[in-house]
Design a protein around this ligand. Structure first.
Ligand SMILES: [Zn+2]
Length: 205
C-alpha cells in the first residue's frame, strides 16, 4: 500500500499551531451554519456553536497527549511469558482529515514482547489518542504501530483497523456497509507468515 507513514514525532501537536479563541471558533461555526443555508441567530441554533466547540474538544482531544510517553511505563516481570499480547475490538471513533467526517470501527492491536510488557489498557488508550486527531485510517494504522514499536521495542507489532467512513456512506458515492480494512505488520509479524495468520484468525475477520 502506498502511503507516507507519519511517525508520532512528526505529527502536529497542539503547541505548534496558534489556537484561535473560543469566540473565533464559535464564529466559524456560525459561518458554516449560514453557509449551509440556515440562520445562526435562529433560537434553536443560538447555543449550537457553544455545543459544537465543546464536542470538538472531545473529538480532537488526541492532540493534547503523547502516545509514546503514555506507553513508557512497562512491567518487566512477565514470568517467562513470550507469546502474542493482543487487544481485540477496540472502538475507533475518528474523523477523516479529508472531510472531517466520522469514521467508526474496530481496531485489533498485538505485539510480541521482548522482556517488557505494558498495561493492556494503555494499548487501547494509544488507539484512542490517535483516533482523536484528524488523519486517514492508513496513517493512523501506521502511527499506532510506530508508537508501540518505539516505546516497547517488541519483536513485532500487528495492527488491523476495520472502519466505516461516513464520508463514503452518507455522501459522495453513498456506499453503505462498505468498510475499509488497513493492516500494518512489523518484525516477526512481517517475517513469520504463520504468526501473522494467527493474528488475523484472532481478529475473527
Ligand atoms: Zn473522508
Amino acid at each position: 500500500m502506498a502511503m507516507d507513514a507519519i511517525t508520532p514525532k512528526e505529527q502536529i501537536t497542539r503547541s505548534e499551531v496558534e489556537r484561535p479563541s473560543e469566540e473565533d471558533a464559535m464564529n466559524a461555526v456560525r459561518t458554516l451554519i449560514a453557509w449551509a443555508g440556515d440562520d445562526p441567530l435562529r433560537e434553536g441554533l443560538l447555543d449550537t456553536p457553544k455545543r459544537v466547540i465543546k464536542a470538538y474538544r472531545e473529538w480532537f482531544s488526541g492532540y493534547e497527549e503523547d502516545p509514546v510517553q503514555y506507553l513508557s511505563r512497562t512491567f518487566d516481570d512477565v514470568q517467562g511469558y513470550d507469546d502474542i499480547v493482543m487487544l481485540k475490538n477496540i472502538d475507533v471513533e475518528s474523523h477523516c482529515e479529508h472531510h472531517m467526517a466520522p469514521f467508526l470501527g474496530k481496531a485489533f492491536v498485538a505485539y510480541m514482547p521482548t522482556q517488557a510488557v505494558v498495561g493492556i489498557s494503555k494499548l487501547a488508550r494509544v488507539v484512542e489518542i490517535f483516533s482523536k486527531r484528524l488523519q486517514t485510517q492508513e496513517t493512523m494504522t501506521a502511527q499506532i504501530c510506530d508508537a508501540i514499536t518505539e516505546s516497547l521495542a517488541p519483536m513485532g507489532v500487528a495492527v488491523l483497523i476495520d472502519a466505516e467512513h461516513q464520508c463514503m456512506s452518507t455522501r459522495g458515492v453513498h456506499h453503505k456497509d462498505v468498510t475499509t480494512v488497513t493492516t500494518q505488520f512489523t518484525g516477526v509479524f512481517k517475517t513469520d507468515k504463520d504468526l501473522r495468520n494467527r493474528f488475523l484468525r484472532l481478529t475473527d475477520r
